[in-house]
Design a protein around this ligand. Structure first.
Ligand code: SF4
Length: 453
């Protein structure tokens, strides 16, 4: 597709405070903004000149961003790169500070916040338009010179009235070119558990489930996937050309279609690349043979959203999983030699102190390699938010029912009880793995130490 006007486009990923943000304790890891790299690749394919500022990875002064914005024709600022699509930051301050450095008539906003509250974000940022949902097609169309009124999935202001264009078609992942990895230096990216020279990849978008707390608004309709050959080509390029050593598949539930994962892993085994990776999935989406194959293909860690140790709460959230299925999945992952990081939450509707104690006890019984404890956030755009009856923009917790300070205290206690158990400490000492000890020390410093105060 040839662009009729050659334009200079700047893509900006702002930085939030620290590795864990104060409001809502969101992780702000230095992970590559894959959605921006997809947009950049499409724009470069169209012959446009593309600049990328990832202030998260490379500290960037406001003056630098302002000067760069002045030199470009269109500036897109994200409020949540792809690894934050599901769990965006609740504090919009750092994002808004960046948008205010850009002239409004060249400013476009993308990310989760504008997707769930486009009118509000338009007002706050004074942007020319808000790109809702998967950004790639709309960003491309706007950069081709189309007026916002012609672009599906965009919200804009027309003579004082906010216009929400209908949604566009979901992105066909097989049509995406190789993400523009050349715009960043992977030495600036890391995951504290896996290590540095860290890349982000995706093989699918969408999920077959509808858990009430889960924010899926950024993902287009339906379940879509890349060709396995396309994914292996990307991994090969990342390792051989960009120097990647580690990576994360950011799919919502990586093993949702096991035959596809088997196919991909067999190809990765054949490719024999020195690449260690992680993914996230449900505990009922794994089995022993699949996990062994994933391990051979380089998988070192799986994130599992366990959520609660109370069967009643799991059922009420529409998670559609039992404690037994979770226990089986975690046990099989342990047997395969892949590390596990389990996420737990406190503060669901109707959750009692007894349910929360059951969650802490379940975490200790599961005893995964790592565990992380958080307060439930009723994200706008979720069933949970609807059920809460709240009209607050980006609330932190279900405040009508739960006190945020009490939930935080419970999460802190869960961290302490989980990590400072004699059995946990002994299991770490027994595993003679200097890299694991080093990671544990880093994790303790970042996550457990704050819970001790
Ligand atoms: S299964 Fe996972 S990704 Fe799917 S809706 Fe539930 S929490 Fe979200």
């Amino acid at each position: 597709m040839a662009a009729t006007v050659t334009r200079k486009v700047l893509l900006v990923n702002p930085s939030w405070d620290g590795l864990v943000s104060r409001k809502g304790r969101r992780f702000n890891r230095t992970w590559p903004p894959l959605d921006l790299l997809n947009c950049a690749a499409l724009l470069e394919q169209d012959g446009l000149s593309v600049g990328l500022i990832d202030a998260r990875a490379v500290p960037t002064t406001p003056e630098t961003i302002r000067d760069a914005a002045a030199r470009h024709d269109l500036v897109f600022v994200t409020s949540s790169p792809i690894d934050r699509w599901q769990c965006p930051n609740l504090d919009l301050g750092p994002f808004l500070a960046v948008t205010h450095l850009v002239e409004p008539d060249k400013l476009y906003v993308m990310g989760t916040h504008g997707t769930v509250a486009p009118g509000e974000l338009l007002h706050m940022t004074q942007a020319r338009a808000i790109v809702r949902g998967e950004p790639e097609p709309a960003v491309r169309a706007l950069c081709e010179g189309k007026d916002p009124s012609e672009v599906p999935g965009v919200t804009y202001l027309q003579e004082g009235t906010t216009i929400h264009n209908p949604e566009g078609n979901p992105v066909d992942l097989t049509t995406l070119p190789m993400p523009a990895f050349h715009l960043l230096d992977l030495r600036n990216y890391r995951y504290e558990i896996l290590g540095g020279r860290f890349a982000l990849l995706e093989t699918t978008r969408g999920c077959h489930h509808r858990c009430h707390f889960c924010l899926l608004k950024m993902y287009g309709k339906g379940y879509r996937k890349k060709d396995p050959e396309q994914v292996v080509h990307e991994v090969t390029h990342l390792v051989r050309e960009a120097g990647a050593k580690t990576g994360y598949f950011i799919d919502l539930e990586f093993t949702a279609v096991r035959d596809d994962v088997r196919d991909l892993c067999e190809r990765l085994v054949s490719a024999g690349l020195p690449f260690e990776w992680a993914c996230q999935t449900r505990a009922d989406y794994v089995d022993g043979p699949l996990l062994k194959l994933m391990k051979r293909a380089g998988c070192r860690l799986i994130h599992f959203g366990v959520e609660s140790g109370s069967p009643r709460i799991l059922a009420a959230t529409n998670k559609r999983i039992t404690l037994e299925q979770i226990e089986r999945g975690i046990a099989e992952t342990k047997q395969s030699g892949i590390d596990q990081l389990c996420f737990f939450m406190f503060g669901f509707p109707g959750e009692t102190a007894g349910d929360m104690e059951a969650t802490i006890a379940f975490a200790k019984r599961l005893s995964p390699t790592y565990a992380s404890f958080h307060a439930v956030t009723p994200y706008m755009g979720t069933k949970l938010y609807e059920m809460s009856g709240s009209s607050e923009l980006f609330p932190e917790v279900l405040s009508k029912e739960h006190d945020p300070l009490i939930l935080q205290a419970i999460a802190n206690r869960a961290f302490r009880e989980f990590y400072l158990r004699p059995a946990m400490l002994w299991s770490r000492v027994r595993r003679v793995d200097v890299r694991l000890w080093r990671r544990q020390a880093a994790l303790f410093w970042h996550y457990v130490r704050p819970a001790l105060t």
